[in-house]
Design a protein around this ligand. Structure first.
Ligand SMILES: [Zn+2]
Length: 392
């Protein structure tokens, strides 16, 4: 009985280690200490051939409250808990909003509430493990401070969580390892060498597939549309990555931001941009920093040191999506101070180098379509696919 408890505990730690890599928003380094733990877990489950034992263990960590708490504790121990009050408060209040945004399309979220914390890692990252256990690196906040963009990161992770991507990827990995006898022989020989090699060099194979990455991205926008955050942040955050001095050719950062199995930053930006265009019935597009309505230039926002003009363009697109979604495109565009509105929806606040709000309101009135928006089939399909399977 005692053995059983110990093996569970070890499994929790090893899972925490395995899942910290490759399944996250971006990759985390693999601590070497886990080599020993692999050996321990394998003897702990009494034979690597025992598929049922691994399934049972995964169910424990994925679905039981005790298992989830152990997993959370494992991550807290491994990555450290960041005590920054502002970041913790912001995360807590954002998670409240985001749970409802996800719940609007997938109410299974209320059955397994997310467990989350800010960790001490300084790289740009967030991850969601099995059991809806989530963590955000404190380093994320040095790259993005805008809550709309942080929401995109969190919702992407929650997309992985809602669709059990991590559990599925881990099960696949464990089964391959068991079937190939890799785990058994390593234990049999009593040597950690093989296991160490696997962990250091091949652990990245416990990975979310590209297909799952796209699914999480698409879910993030679908959820975002049910929140009060600007849906344009979905494309804007990837533009921000492309604009950052690290977003281009710096090898180290490129690897962190975009492991080879992830779609590229540009593909992710363009997928979001295209979906938003679809949500305006094809009326509003963004191309090379220019927001066009009905194919004609509405505005090319200016940039500054904090944000590029290209990134701002996606926020404008997001606000126009909101207006079209709420049928406000039939209403008049107006200006109030430096902000231009479409009906009651703020579209853009002019800053230095931009046309003034009155000019923009005039342009918007001339360009916008007043027709009700027809949601294209593809977009409808994406929204529907976010809904949980009906009860059988
Ligand atoms: Zn992901």
């Amino acid at each position: 009985m005692k053995d059983h408890v110990v093996s569970k505990k070890l499994l929790s730690i090893v899972m925490a280690g395995m899942l910290g890599l490759g399944i996250s928003y971006t990759a985390l380094p693999m601590p070497e200490a886990h080599a020993d733990i692999w050996g321990a877990i394998l003897s702990g489950v009494k034979g690597a051939q025992d598929y049922a034992a691994t399934d049972k263990a995964m169910n424990y960590y994925n679905n039981t409250e005790q298992g989830r708490q152990e997993l959370l504790a494992g991550y807290k121990e491994k990555y450290g808990v960041c005590e920054d009050e502002a970041q913790n408060n912001q995360l807590a209040s954002m998670m409240n909003n985001l749970v409802d945004a996800v719940g609007a399309v997938d109410n299974t979220i209320y059955k397994k509430p997310y467990l989350y914390f800010v960790n001490k890692e300084t790289s740009f990252n967030a991850f969601c493990s099995m059991g809806h256990v989530m963590s955000v690196n404190t380093g994320l906040y040095s790259v993005i401070s805008n809550p709309d963009e942080i929401a995109v990161v969190l919702l992407h992770e929650m997309g992985h969580g809602q669709k059990d991507h991590v559990v599925n990827a881990t099960r696949k990995k464990m089964r391959v390892a068991i079937a190939s006898g890799v785990l058994g022989s390593a234990v049999g020989n009593g040597t950690g060498g093989y296991i160490l090699d696997m962990l250091v060099n091949h652990i990245d194979k416990v990975q979310i597939t590209k297909k799952d990455e796209w699914e999480a991205d698409n879910l993030a926008l679908t959820y975002l549309l049910h929140s009060n955050y600007n849906p344009g942040a979905s494309a804007a955050i990837w533009q921000r990555m492309m604009d950052s001095p690290h977003g281009g050719n710096n090898d180290m950062i490129r690897e962190i931001f975009s492991p080879s199995d992830h779609p590229s930053n540009m593909q992710r930006r363009d997928n979001y941009s295209k979906r938003m265009t679809d949500l305006t019935g094809g009326d509003v597009t963004v191309d090379k920093g220019v927001v066009k309505i009905g194919g004609k230039e509405f505005v090319k926002p200016n940039g500054n040191l904090q944000i590029s003009g290209k990134e701002r363009a996606y926020f404008v697109l997001g606000n126009l999506v909101r207006a079209y979604q709420n049928q406000l495109n039939a209403e008049e565009a107006t200006s109030d101070g430096s902000t231009v509105y479409l009906g009651s929806q703020a579209i853009m606040t002019s800053m230095e180098g931009d046309p003034d709000a009155a000019t923009l309101a005039q342009r918007l009135n001339a360009l916008k379509s007043s027709k009700p928006v027809k949601i294209p089939a593809r977009e409808q399909k994406l929204q529907d696919s976010a809904k949980p399977e009906p009860a059988k």
